[in-house]
Design a protein around this ligand. Structure first.
Ligand SMILES: Nc1ncnc2c1ncn2[C@@H]1O[C@H](COP(=O)(O)OP(=O)(O)OP(=O)(O)O)[C@@H](O)[C@H]1O
Length: 454
């Protein structure tokens, strides 16, 4: 069942690897199987293995896979340390008896940042969620080791936010990592679980930022442990949190005895989807070169449609969704923002009428970022239009984001381009052209919405 390139990674005798893998090539599957083989062969005791990833969902998924593994004893699976980067280090801080503070929810973060903005700019006004998120993003990028070019008032706002956070004795996620760095400055109790790990594995390594990189390399050195990291530099889409594909590209030099492996065989997508995705990602300047090969013979569908406006977009999306559901396909609507998804949800609900309940159970609505790690038979990408003055020539992170969305599709990828949004003219997203995706003019017929939905 395993391909030769997958087995080269799984093989339990070969520990310490840097795996750079294409989408749909079985990254997580291969990493968990490698862990299972190591545990089953008793090469390292399960309680000395630490596996980290970036979302709770991914960590839980990993645990479930190991629980379902026939060769593993339940007690071994449960004694293996697994969790998100933040959860693992938060626990270590607790065990080390370091001061820790409750972590702010996103809503609390917005409230603190809104107060900081009003304090610095000296005016009481409603600050939009977009503006608040932009400041939090800058804050995170700075903590994550980047040096964004920011003006003096912005710097003051970020300082005011940090002060307010401290005064309220609360942390955001970045504080967990910063406090953890301090664990390596002083002698530490070896009974802390984190310091017992002898094999440390990290999934989705392209999402690492500088602080996480420093934590991992310090931990490997301190524990004299071996490391295994897997990721796809082409799917690095968390630059706004300071993440950079550079760390995956550098990992082979930094991990002791590491060997680099490539996983290039995609099990997910039909040929046309892979061909256009490969054409797009080829434009990214700095990346680990890896061919994107598929196992499927089917050509599949990869098509973009130009429609007059968003009303026509919903009518077209409704037709595509209905057709997919009728054929028994899994289907997802993807868009850049939650607001776009909310508009799609409202419009499609109206168009589906009494069928909505059935339809809603058969499809998913996700942002591009939230679609990472997922796959569907049919993917409909909405609002693939930009205003005429947007220049994306240099936007590699944006290329990677579109690449992630495209590579979620198994059989059909449909991108919809509304030529006007809220009365303003839009043009097709330039990366549709870069990817070579054919663009046709569509005039969806059928039932019209009774009113314009913005
Ligand atoms: N050796 C194999 N034979 C058949 N199917 C496989 C094999 N390896 C992986 N797959 C299947 O390929 C698909 C993609 O696997 P998986 O989601 O683990 O890939 P991934 O590299 O993590 O993808 P992505 O990074 O795009 O989210 C899954 O449906 C998985 O079951």
């Amino acid at each position: 069942m395993w391909t030769e390139e997958q087995w080269a990674v799984i093989e339990p005798k070969r520990m310490s690897s840097v795996v750079v893998a294409a989408p749909g090539s079985g990254k997580t599957t291969v990493m968990t199987e490698h862990m299972a083989q190591i545990i089953a062969a008793r090469l390292i005791p399960a309680q000395r293995i630490l596996a980290m990833t970036f979302t709770r969902q991914a960590a839980e998924h990993m645990r479930q896979k190991l629980r379902a593994h026939k060769e593993l004893r339940p007690e071994d699976v449960e004694s293996c340390a697994m969790g998100t980067f933040h959860a693992v280090f938060f626990r270590a801080l607790l065990e080390a008896d370091r001061p820790v503070y409750p972590v702010l929810t996103q809503r609390d973060q917005y409230a603190l940042m809104a107060d900081a903005v009003c304090e610095v700019l000296g005016e009481r006004r409603a600050v939009s969620a977009y503006e608040l998120q932009s400041y939090l993003t800058l804050h995170s990028r700075m903590v994550g080791g980047q040096v964004p070019d920011i003006d003096a008032p912005t710097r003051k706002i970020l300082q005011a936010y940090a002060l307010r956070k401290r005064a309220s004795r609360r942390w955001d996620h970045d504080d967990i990592l910063l406090a953890s760095l301090d664990l390596f400055q002083q002698p530490c109790d070896p009974s802390i679980r984190l310091f017992q790990a002898r094999y440390i594995l990290v999934d989705e390594f392209q999402d690492t930022n500088l602080v996480q990189w420093n934590l991992l390399t310090s931990l490997l050195a301190r524990n004299e442990a071996l490391g295994f990291v897997v990721g796809d530099d082409d799917q690095s889409i968390y630059g706004f949190r300071g993440a950079s594909p550079e760390f995956l590209q550098r990992a082979v030099e930094a991990l002791p005895y590491a060997r680099q492996h490539l996983l290039t065989l995609n099990f997910r997508s039909d040929r046309s989807i892979l061909r256009h995705a490969a054409q797009l990602i080829h434009h990214v300047k700095t990346r680990v070169h890896k061919p994107l090969r598929g196992v499927r013979d089917a050509e599949g569908v990869c098509q973009a449609y130009e429609v007059t406006d968003r009303t026509e977009q919903w009518v077209l999306a409704h037709g595509l969704l209905t057709s997919a559901v009728r054929r028994g396909y899994s289907v997802a609507c993807l868009a850049r923002t939650r607001n776009q998804l909310a508009a799609a949800w409202a419009a499609l609900q109206q168009l589906c009428g009494t069928e909505w309940r059935v339809m809603a159970n058969r499809m998913e609505f996700r942002t591009f970022h939230d679609s990472k790690g997922k796959e569907w038979d049919v993917v409909i990408v909405l609002d693939m239009a930009v205003s005429h003055d947007v220049n994306l020539a240099d936007a590699d992170e944006e290329r990677r984001l579109i690449y992630v969305a495209m590579t979620r599709a198994r059989h059909e990828l449909h991108a919809v381009v509304p030529c006007t949004v809220e009365g303003r003219p839009r043009r097709p997203h330039p990366f549709l052209h870069e990817a070579g995706i054919p663009l046709v003019k569509a005039s969806p017929r059928g039932r019209r919405l009774r009113f314009e939905i913005g």
